[in-house]
Design a protein. Structure first.
Length: 258
């Protein structure tokens, strides 16, 4: 299973686990579909109060799966647009979920993994977590996750993260707003956040999320999701992106490296 759903407990807490530990929980078509389905279904379930997302194994989410990227690089523009549209729909399912959502981060969170953090309402992490908006290292851009990243950290920090693609530690991620807490004991931190979330009225929380979505720095509309999907679909097929992926697979430097 790409996403493991532990049973919803008696308090209404649903726990989802990205379950591709052999590839550090990287995205492929199956994981994207499973996450979209899970957040949509749980968001509509009256028994669910809060959704917690974590990752199996050594990492939270390492971004795009290499084989998924290879398939995209060999497919026509129309396939890439449809594929990117499904990724955009997954991000929207997390961001627009009417229930409070919490991301529990350990290990690495790269590319789209950072997008999941930004789309979640609350994000907590272990001290050793490393995060990077890593797409530019492959000649790509963080197009689909960009609106969520900008809303989370602001335009200037988002530019810095995207342009350098450098990894930052958990403490810096906390400082710039990517994370809400860095905790040695993630279980204890999660319990505190859940206690606070469950102490609030669920209908009020749903209304608050709908209202605040209209107040964000850049409301993430269906039209914007289409633009971001079309942009990454086009960039995936560029000469630079093709070389970036090939260089990664061949363990060499891309042509743009000095």
């Amino acid at each position: 299973m790409h996403v493991l759903l532990k049973t919803v407990d008696q308090r209404g807490v649903a726990r989802l686990t990205l379950n591709r530990p052999e590839v550090f929980n990287a995205f492929d078509e199956g994981l994207i579909a499973a996450l979209t389905e899970a957040y949509t279904r749980l968001g509509a379930d009256p028994a669910v109060r809060v959704i917690v997302l974590g990752g199996a194994g050594k990492a939270f989410c390492a971004g795009a799966d290499v084989q998924w990227m290879r398939r995209a690089s060999e497919a026509p523009l129309e396939w890439n647009e449809a594929d990117a549209g499904r990724f955009a729909a997954m991000m929207a399912a997390v961001h627009d979920c009417p229930k409070p959502t919490l991301a529990r981060v350990h290990g690495v969170a790269l590319g789209g993994g950072v997008g999941l953090i930004c789309a979640s309402d609350i994000a907590i992490a272990a001290p050793g977590a490393q995060l990077a908006v890593s797409e530019a290292r492959l000649g790509l851009i963080p197009s689909v996750i960009a609106p969520y990243l900008v809303n989370a950290v602001g335009l200037r920090q988002a530019r810095r993260l995207g342009l350098t693609a450098s990894r930052i530690g958990a403490e810096e991620a906390l400082r710039i707003g990517l994370l809400h807490e860095v905790a040695e004991d993630l279980d204890a931190a999660e319990a505190r956040w859940l206690g606070e979330l469950l102490a609030c009225g669920p209908q009020a929380q749903g209304e608050l999320k709908r209202l605040f979505a209209t107040l964000e720095a850049g409301p993430i509309t269906p039209e914007l999701r289409t633009v971001t999907a079309q942009t990454i679909a086009r960039v995936r097929l560029s000469d630079e992106a093709q070389d970036g992926l090939t260089a990664f697979l061949e363990k060499r430097s891309p042509k743009w490296m000095p």
